[in-house]
Design a protein around this ligand. Structure first.
Ligand code: GRF
Length: 203
């Protein structure tokens, strides 16, 4: 599969848009993106970067033939380090998919208009510091919300406040548990993130 993919990009003149996916955890969204763009004529996943050596995505992306780079949290906070990494892999766009570190300003500036984040709520609600993973869903449930969803947005200097590209909603049943909400959010993420990334990069 790897050889076939390389041959394909050679035939295409190697001009595909090169994405880096940043992920800190299991990486179900990163894997979904890798699979979606595997044989895509215009876009390729050129790098998976993680700030956690034991993140699930590190082990699961490598067998798929995608370059994986890992650093510690000190390097994850170092704009120079991340800029050099992106330059090394000739990255055009960055997609944050379950990435839990603050993005250094230098990287935000360099990738202004070329960095997307996936957030598991309907921003501006339930965004900002501390609002990640199950914390978001717990806050949504304890507020008694009747629906929630996902937001895909551009990243700027203000946490979870960049321009919104797309949002998808899902209802919350009156007796819904944390697991139910997590499952609904995951379904939306798996269904919509790849096509939103694709359309945003190609628009
Ligand atoms: C997803 O819900 C994403 O929206 C949030 O963190 C979760 C990461 O899941 N930011 P995974 O690592 O992609 O499986």
């Amino acid at each position: 599969m790897h050889l076939r993919t390389e041959g394909y990009s050679y035939l295409c003149g190697m001009n595909r848009i090169r994405i880096a996916i940043f992920a800190s955890g299991t990486g179900s969204n990163a894997l979904n993106l890798i699979r979606y763009f595997e044989d895509h004529p215009q876009i390729e996943v050129a790098l998976v970067y993680s700030n956690k050596v034991d993140a699930g995505i590190v082990a699961s992306a490598r067998p798929l033939g995608v370059p994986v780079e890992v650093s510690d949290n000190a390097q994850a906070a170092d704009g120079g380090f991340l800029l050099a990494l992106c330059a090394q892999y000739r990255i055009d766009w960055i997609v944050l998919a379950g990435y839990l570190r603050l993005i250094p300003t230098a990287l935000i500036e360099k990738f202004d208009g070329r960095m997307l984040n996936l957030h598991p709520s309907l921003l501006p609600k339930y965004g900002g510091k501390g609002m990640y993973g199950h914390h978001v869903h717990e806050a949504v449930l304890s507020a008694g919300e009747r629906h929630t969803g996902i937001t895909i947005h551009f990243v700027n200097a203000h946490f979870d406040k960049g321009e919104i590209v797309a949002q998808f909603h899902t209802p919350i049943a009156p007796d819904a548990t944390l697991k139910d909400v997590e499952a609904s959010i995951r379904y939306l993420e798996q269904s919509y993130l790849p096509t939103v990334v694709e359309h945003t990069l190609l628009r």
